[in-house]
Write a protein that binds this ligand. Structure first.
Ligand code: GLA
Length: 411
């Protein structure tokens, strides 16, 4: 009987391995692009369609001069309405009035500031704003984005009748991977198809809800759809923390800090997004920020809670009347704690550490207040306010927070 010579068999094995490795390569997202939640700015919440290249360049300038870049913000993200038409070969071009110098030129400008440029498209036939979208053009668009020097893609879910979400987003993931430029992939299908259950293999973050609305605790009814105030979005995160971690984050939507809420509300909103290990994508006009707004967006100690390397999303420990107590395990066996007053009036807060049994049963951690002592650092007032050996008695303003870092004491 004829036997394949050893040399030929070795070659067959090599060819088999090359083929299977190539197949694996196709089914991937770019790894390690978001080891901590992405930080940046996006045009939608403040500007909606009122964008052009000068405004975007000014945002990049301000991200640097305001101290935001130094605090960790990196992405300058175009949202909807940048698009012009597709040409006869199907390639997308930007609106020539809004972006006369082209997107590559804008990317070069943003990169010259050591920042990164993000862009927006949609899995459907048209974007939510009615502009040309990705369906049927995925590979072509991914190539275009790579050639322009894009670093981040938000991919929306309007006009997707008949589409399967996992399939549509996976197609775009594969297209980005094939194009070869590492691009953070942000899934924006509003939680409709439970992206937390499949999104980790597909993208780096996924929206968990419909759109945020610029108010603390109201709902905005648009007729056929609704957008949600901060506390509504917060409540919708229930049960999702086990799905999030480095390179695959729950995204409770872009921030409304600096867009008109009171300063207490902005602070509470920002603190809670950090407790959630949420992407920190500012949505305000960076050219017109009060000192209070800059201080919120650039508080490095609060940002450090969001950006903690463990990547564990915080959890609600208790809720009494309008006071909620949240905990988040962080590196070095330390913890973050945030007390949120959802009432519009000032509330007293009392916490006797010895009597509280705080347990993170998803990640199997506990601060164990009965046997361990923690120093308490108030992250907004930037002072040590005591330790867990003495009960905490304080007051919290309406729609505001007390945010603490609990530092484990070694003795
Ligand atoms: C959807 C998204 C928003 C924004 C708009 C743009 O509503 O959820 O974040 O991108 O589309 O049209």
């Amino acid at each position: 009987m004829y036997k394949t010579p050893i040399k030929s068999r070795t070659w067959l094995i090599v060819i088999f391995l090359v083929i299977t490795t190539c197949e694996f390569d196709l089914a991937q997202k770019f790894e390690n692009l978001a080891p901590t939640p992405p930080m940046g700015w996006n045009s939608w919440n403040h500007f909606a369609c009122d964008i052009n290249e000068n405004t975007i360049k000014e945002m990049a300038d301000k991200m640097v001069s305001s101290g935001m870049k130094d605090a960790g913000y990196v992405y300058i993200n175009l949202d909807d309405c940048w698009q012009g038409n597709r040409d006869s070969l199907g390639f997308i071009h930007p609106d020539s009035e809004r972006f006369p110098s082209g997107i590559k030129n804008l990317a070069d400008y943003v990169h010259s500031k050591e920042l990164k440029l993000g862009i927006y498209s949609c899995a459907g036939n048209k974007t939510c704003g009615g502009y040309p979208a990705g369906r049927g053009h995925e590979y072509q668009d991914a190539l275009t984005y790579a050639q322009w020097g894009i670093d981040y893609l938000k991919y929306d879910w309007c006009n997707t009748e008949g589409l399967n979400a996992v399939g549509a987003y996976t197609t775009m993931r594969d297209a980005l991977f094939e194009a070869g430029r590492p691009i953070v992939f942000s899934l924006c299908e509003w939680g409709n198809n439970k992206p937390w259950e499949w999104g980790a293999d597909v993208g780096h973050l996924w929206r968990t809800t419909g759109d945020i609305y610029n108010c603390f605790d109201c709902i905005k009814d648009h007729g056929t759809w609704k957008s949600w105030g901060v506390t509504y979005i917060l409540d919708m995160q229930e049960g999702l923390r086990k799905y999030a971690g480095p390179d695959h984050w729950n995204d409770p939507d872009m921030m409304e800090v600096g867009n008109g809420m009171s300063i207490n509300e902005d602070r509470a909103h920002f603190s809670m997004w950090c407790m959630l290990a949420a992407p920190l994508i500012a949505g305000n006009d960076l050219r017109n920020m009060t000192k209070d707004v800059i201080d919120i967006l650039t508080n490095k100690e609060v940002i450090a809670i969001d950006q903690d390397r463990l990547g564990i999303q915080g959890f609600k420990y208790s809720s009494n009347d309008s006071i909620e107590v949240w905990f988040k395990p962080i590196e070095n066996d330390d913890w973050a704690m945030c007390v949120l007053n959802r009432d519009s009036k000032l509330q007293k807060f009392y916490f006797d550490w010895y009597k509280e049994n705080v347990i993170d049963d998803v990640w199997n951690k506990s601060p164990n207040f009965k046997s361990l002592t923690y120093e308490l650092r108030d992250l907004w007032n930037k002072v040590i306010i005591g330790t867990t050996r003495k009960e905490l008695k304080t007051e919290i303003c309406g729609h505001d927070v007390l945010m603490l870092k609990l530092l484990k004491q070694t003795k």
